[in-house]
Design a protein around this ligand. Sequence first.
Ligand code: UGA
Length: 439
Amino acid sequence: MKKIAVVGTGYVGLVSGTCFAEAGNNVCCIDIDVEKVEKLRNGQITIYEPGLEKLFKRNVNEGRLTFTTNLEEGIKGQEIIFLALPTPPGEDGSADLKYILSVAAELGKLLKHDEFKVIVDKSTVPVGTADLVRKTIIANGASPECFDIVSNPEFLREGVAVDDFMKPDRVVIGYSNEKSKTIMGELYAPFVRQGNPVYYMDERSAELTKYAANSFLATKITFINEIARLCEILGADVDMVRLGIGSDDRIGKRFLFPGIGYGGSCFPKDVKALVKSASDVDYNFEILKAVMNVNAEQKVILIPRILEYFGGDLSGKTFAVWGLAFKPNTDDIREAPALEIIDDLLSKGANVVAYDPEAMDNVKKLYGDKIKFSNNQYEALHGADALIIATEWNEFRTPDFDKISSLLKNRVIFDGRNLYALDMMKKLNYYYSSIGREI
Ligand code: UGA
């Protein structure tokens, strides 16, 4: 059993804290948001993540998972302190380290000379942050012997975060001190019992590993999106090409689904930050610049098609939008393609009726009554001129087409996620526009 503090109860902090507690550790999560901490203390979960609530409640009830707003109280007696704080993009695209460095400064004042603590960067942070955190802690009064910095990036995906955390493909630990290597190895041992590797490396390599992983995946998605564009011009089917290349182990089947671009809180931010980090050291990361440009176009790739279908004029037209979250099984709408499509439609004078199983509350906060929301996927279709599919929630995969046909004004679907078979759509007599396949 380890005694752990987790600073920051956002997505990564709350999942990590809960999962460490689930493995039998004693975890105190710290956050400056008083209201949030009050909720969490009362056993109320603050994010939507399948499977998390059950573990969260159990560990809160059993006293292994506690919450506080007081950093001093939260780190008292803990051997490991995780920093799971936001690193939002600054104006120039670089990761803004203000939250991490302000907590580091606080820790510098609080760390005791006769205790050793491992301070772990869990957030996605640019290369060199471990050094910066170390310097900040020392500059604020702590002696270098009473702590060590470890870089331990997190690779979990929203929607399957619990599984990803409990059974990680790999654990990456950047360290420079044998003592903290041992402590981190002991902490993660229960999570890699199936034999998945723990890679020990220097902190800089660990920090870069995280950016390289996300940027590579964003590039893979963008590559297939460009192949999809070419398929449309050449009369090929991207879903066939995807299968044809993905069965080669060196390429792999996963993350090759074409669509309306990647979104979320990680890929867009991390690609941008890596490009900026590279340019800070005079390296022009060309491939990632192209990825950003292609993805920006991809997010609104359906718009010209919609315009063309409706003769260039969308004013007064109504569009049903299925899916608002940036991907299924989350209520997260950060950088969601759906929102860009909606903004574009609204700017062209169209009306939007949206449905999403989890993300509507978040969108309501942003859009108010600029768009309408429906209680279920079919209600959104009443009298709509076309249906747009922006997120591949399971419930959209095999819908009742008779119902859809009776509710929509026209049999027209713009599908940004390739959910339906082309021959079926032809048989049903739909105008069906998807990504990288014939109309
Ligand atoms: C991503 C990474 O997958 C995680 O490993 C990483 O830990 C996380 O970022 C992070 O840095 O915290 P996440 O943002 O939750 O996880 O979502 P993904 O499942 O990776 O999807 C990202 C985007 O790519 C979504 O918009 C999704 O629709 C899109 N995507 C994904 C595609 O367009 N095609 C695909 O084949 C796969």
